[in-house]
Design a protein around this ligand. Structure first.
Ligand code: PLP
Length: 413
């Protein structure tokens, strides 16, 4: 039989689904020893989305022609609501007709944007390069690989305060022997998955200046920009920076702030040429999002209910974060107050030194205690030695996680 293409034929199932599958296989065995799996691998909040969203869905279901094809771009009222949200939240002005496009979740958008950017080749020396954060969202590297490109990991660490100087990185890429003219774009993700790191406005300016100087696209993944714990220091949009629209697009999601993971809704905004090219590609791939979902999304974005929901769920995420942080501290992890993330629901901590690899630790945690987390190695070369726990379950479950770790011998030393 003919083979699938070089970039896809050997691809593995996305790591989170592999982990989910493994937990499902072990469920009976774990239940038998009172260790039913507690899912802390995926970044999927368990809380119910805002009641307001359900009300809007039920109401709009009866509207005439709501059941018909949407446009891949998104309905005009959805795009206008997005532009309004960007203005309200960040003070960013956008033309909803040319600078915004709807997404079937930001994962879909990122994958198709990367597809639009890369000229695929099987020749390793000719491959076009996209710079990605390392550790970073595991999908970036897979999206780049399956589209025939190469990813280059930018090391994020405590020493560079998770905000590396890009001119130094550029020198390093050169020293590593890569052809700089092949670099097409860089991806940033603040607040970050898996670290929970945030960045300053000054750093965003540094990134914009750098991308402008090098004439490469800037892809800002803002999926977590509304999961924050300090009202006075909210995450910024890169589009707040003067001139950012010359080089940048930004991706947003309804999944995390409104717990709407299953609804599959997001948007891309920014540079009009990039949005238009991406949009023309998407018009050949999908036919938009069910208008009922868009309606609920459009209405929650600028509503009091939506803002209240974000405020309350951030309070809940903080409580959950501290259950795990304080629990790990009691188990011997040394966690300084300064190192507790100010955003996201991720806990990123070193594995106990007695384990050789992060996978060895997370497998042990799953098999002995039914605690489902992700090995740091899944997030890039620099993730080895760490594990990521999504503090998204109920408080009871999170307390149970710490209790099981204590009973089953999972102390740091
Ligand atoms: C950094 C980052 N970007 C994008 C996504 C995709 O989210 P969605 O497709 O649900 O919008 C995720 C999901 O976990 C993520 O962690």
């Amino acid at each position: 039989m003919q083979e699938f293409n070089e970039f896809v034929k050997d691809i593995e199932t996305y790591i989170m689904f592999q982990i989910k599958q493994r937990a499902a296989e072990l469920t009976d065995e774990l239940k038998a020893k009172d260790r039913a799996p507690i899912a802390l691998a995926m970044g999927a909040p368990v809380a119910k989305p805002p009641e307001f969203v359900y009300k809007q869905i039920i109401e709009s279901l009866n509207e005439p022609q709501i059941h018909t094809y949407s446009s891949p771009k998104g309905e005009s009222w959805f795009l206008e609501a997005v532009a309004q949200r960007m203005k309200n939240r960040f003070g960013v002005e956008l033309n909803p007709k040319t600078e915004v496009f709807s997404l079937i979740g930001s994962k879909e958008g990122l994958a198709n944007f990367i597809r639009a950017l890369i000229n695929p080749t099987t020749n390793e020396n000719e491959k076009e390069i996209i710079l990605v954060p390392d550790p970073g969202y595991a999908s970036y590297t897979q999206m780049i690989k399956t589209n025939g490109g190469l990813s280059y990991g930018i090391e994020l660490n405590k020493e560079n305060n998770y905000m590396p100087n890009m001119y130094k990185v550029w020198e390093k890429i050169k020293k590593d022997g890569y052809n700089l003219s092949k670099i097409k774009a860089m991806i940033i993700n603040y607040p970050s998955n898996p670290i929970g790191a945030t960045c300053t406005r000054e750093y965003l300016k540094h990134i914009v200046d750098f991308c402008k100087e090098k004439q490469i696209w800037l892809i800002s993944d803002a999926a977590y920009c509304d999961i924050y714990f300090n009202e006075k220091d909210k995450p910024h949009s890169v589009l707040e920076i003067d001139g950012a629209k010359d080089v940048a697009v930004e991706f947003y999601s309804f999944s995390k702030p409104y717990s709407m993971t299953g609804f599959r809704l997001g948007w891309i905004c920014g540079n009009a040429e990039a949005v238009s090219t991406f949009g023309r590609l998407k018009s050949t791939i999908d036919t938009g999002i069910f208008k009922v979902i868009q309606k609920a999304g459009a209405q929650v974005l600028n509503s009091k209910d939506g803002d209240e929901y974000i405020k309350n769920s951030n309070k809940d995420f903080k409580t959950k974060q501290m259950i795990i942080i304080n629990g790990l501290r009691k188990l011997g992890w040394e966690i300084n107050d300064n190192d507790i993330p100010n955003a996201t629901f991720y806990i990123w901590q070193p594995i106990p030194p007695r384990y050789k690899t992060s996978k060895e630790f997370t497998d042990d945690l799953l098999e002995k205690s039914g605690i489902v987390v992700v090995p740091g190695s899944a997030f890039g070369k620099n993730g080895e030695g760490y594990f990521r726990l999504s503090a998204v379950a109920t408080d009871e479950q999170l307390n149970e996680v710490i209790e099981r770790m204590k009973l089953d011998g999972f102390s740091y030393q």
